[in-house]
Design a protein around this ligand. Structure first.
Ligand code: PEP
Ligand code: MG
Length: 551
């Protein structure tokens, strides 16, 4: 039995076999082939397998996301059969006398470079497609399961670290829990795990060894403890905790349908954070009263190319309609920093958290912003949609966002497409700059939502992704709480509402402080709604103090 300790980032007890995440790190040796004819057969088989996979993926995409998403995989299948591409592979094989792997790699590089240098966004996107297709054929040649879990039954997934897009692509039904060597509680991977309700521990470091693959483990996503090959007694203790958590959850069930008010009648809107239309199910199950943050970038991360206006419209419309008139705050694209999609071709930066991310990407790339705004406004006809802009630091940025909204509305008017002209516009307060000019910003918008993950990162000068900052990264820091108070006072002075959608919103220890500050809304992972409601309904707002704001 081996006890390992990390940071618990998503509550819950799980036990099962460890399965190490397989990332296809492809290394191809430049060695001559022993039999060219054999290599040709191998290439033909790998292409055939790729086509079958892509056809299945297209069918799945058509069922779950519509025709346009399906087309992407159909295009990839066509590329596998493209005569020029295949000829290029076979020529490399024959001329160089190399292995099938090397020939496919060379042809892929040649084709994608050729397309990437053409000054045309469409052709450049096809370059990314060739890279994807080449990788798939290589995986099939080498027997690599891409980002896969080679088991049918659910497992505890172990990894050095997971990127948000890797997490997003996982088959949730196969995962009981996640344990990683790196990562931190504020990383987007941890946030996704919480939203999906999967127990998770990160920052285990070297003590999580690849040789544990296949061994039994039990884990506690609250304390951060994992036990490899637990004895019967330990298993029983974990099981007992799981049972008591179930009992608490059953008690929480009594909170369903109860109003979100304190004993003395102060109301707070308890909303949910989601990353996909699929999360609405968890919102309804946990009785969330609205969506306070829909992180739309995950639609982009899940795709291999820019999602079209229609695909986005369908996703936003579904969320708006499913929430049946409850407010749905949809945040515009917040890509960059740890959230990267290759096809954006964002420049590599020394300090990506301080670089071109979020609203900066949208203001630099008006075409992408315009497509998303059109989809959002079209969806506004189907529910109570509000639009929120991330990472604001200046008034001019907000004015430019509003101008883009005006342009989209004028366009929809001309085209006779219905939308809600009074769609609320809000901004995220997640930079110290936005706190300091909150009064001016409040004059421009209908609401504020504080992103405490980034606000803490930028206020405390602590990388939210790092797991070695320990006591230095304390989102409870009075500076962060005072920033919240400054923003709340500015919002209320201008007569607008203010919420919190960062992870701090779910912190039961801070609820009384939020009441004292005057926060109007808290947006949290779905599973946090009922515990928060229980605490809220036992609190007296008038008795809450600003004590925690003192040093
Ligand atoms: C935040 O920064 O608190 C926030 C909600 O945005 P994200 O975590 O997606 O950066
Ligand atoms: Mg943020």
């Amino acid at each position: 039995m081996i006890l390992i300790q990390g940071e618990g980032v998503s509550k819950g007890i799980a036990s099962g076999s460890i399965c190490f995440f397989q990332r296809s790190d492809i290394t191809i040796l430049d060695v001559p082939a022993t039999n060219i004819e054999n290599e040709k057969v191998r290439i033909a088989q790998a292409r055939k397998k790729s086509i079958v996979q892509l056809t299945n993926l297209a069918e799945k995409a058509r069922r779950e996301a519509g025709d346009e998403s399906a087309m992407l995989f159909e295009t990839h299948a066509m590329l596998v059969e493209d005569a020029d591409y295949v000829e290029c592979i076979l020529t490399a094989l024959e001329k160089q006398g190399c292995t099938a792997e090397r020939a496919v790699e060379m042809a892929g590089e040649q084709f994608s470079t050729m397309l990437a240098i053409i000054d045309d966004a469409y052709m450049q996107a096809r370059s990314a497609d060739i890279t994807d297709v080449t990788r798939r054929i290589l995986n099939n040649l080498m027997g690599i399961v891409e980002a896969g879990i080679p088991f049918e039954s659910p497992v505890i997934l172990a990894a050095d670290d997971l990127t948000p897009s890797e997490t997003l692509h996982l088959d949730k039904n196969k995962i009981l829990g996640i344990i990683t060597q790196g990562g931190s509680g504020n990383s987007h991977t941890a946030i996704l795990a919480r939203t999906m309700g999967i127990p998770a521990i990160c920052g285990l470091g070297e003590v999580l060894k690849p040789e544990y693959d296949g061994r039994a483990v039990c884990m506690d996503g609250e304390t951060g403890q994992a036990v490899i090959e637990p004895d019967a007694c330990t298993l029983e203790a974990f099981q007992a905790k799981r049972n008591s958590q179930r009992e608490i959850m059953q008690h929480m069930e009594t909170m369903r349908g109860q109003p979100d008010i304190t004993i003395d009648g102060r109301g707070i809107m308890l909303y949910c954070n989601i990353s996909s239309p699929k999360d609405i199910c968890a919102v309804q199950l946990n009785d969330g009263q609205g969506i306070g943050l829909f992180r739309t970038e995950f639609l982009y991360l899940a795709a291999c190319d820019y999602p079209s206006e229609e695909d986005q419209f369908q996703a936003y419309k579904r969320v708006a309609a499913d929430m049946e008139g409850k407010r749905v705050v949809i945040r515009t694209l917040d890509i960059g920093a740890d959230k990267q999609a290759d096809y954006f071709k964002l420049q590599k930066e020394e300090n990506p958290a301080l670089g071109v991310r979020a609203i900066r990407v949208c203001l630099n790339r008006p075409d992408i912003f315009h497509t998303q705004l059109r989809a959002l406004y079209r969806a506004s006809a189907y529910g109570k949609v509000a639009i929120m802009f991330p990472m604001i630091t200046s008034v001019w940025e907000v004015k430019e966002c509003k101008r883009s909204c005006q342009n989209v509305m004028a366009e929809l008017d001309r085209e006779g497409i219905p939308y809600n002209r009074d769609t609320e516009l809000g901004i995220m307060i997640e930079t110290p700059a936005s706190v300091l000019i909150a009064e001016e910003l409040a004059e421009e918008v209908d609401f504020f939502s504080v992103g405490t993950n980034d606000l803490a990162q930028y206020t405390l000068a602590c990388d939210r992704q790092a797991n070695n900052l320990g006591k230095f990264f304390t989102p409870h820091h009075p500076a962060v709480l005072r920033a919240l108070k400054l923003a709340a006072d500015a919002a209320h002075k201008a007569g607008i509402w203010i919420g919190i959608c960062g992870e701090l919103a779910a912190d039961l220890d801070l609820l009384n402080t939020f009441l004292a500050i005057g926060i109007d809304e808290l947006s949290v992972p779905p599973s946090a709604v009922l515990p928060l409601r229980a605490k809220l309904r036992g609190s007296v707002a008038k008795a809450c103090t600003l004590e925690r704001l003192r040093c």
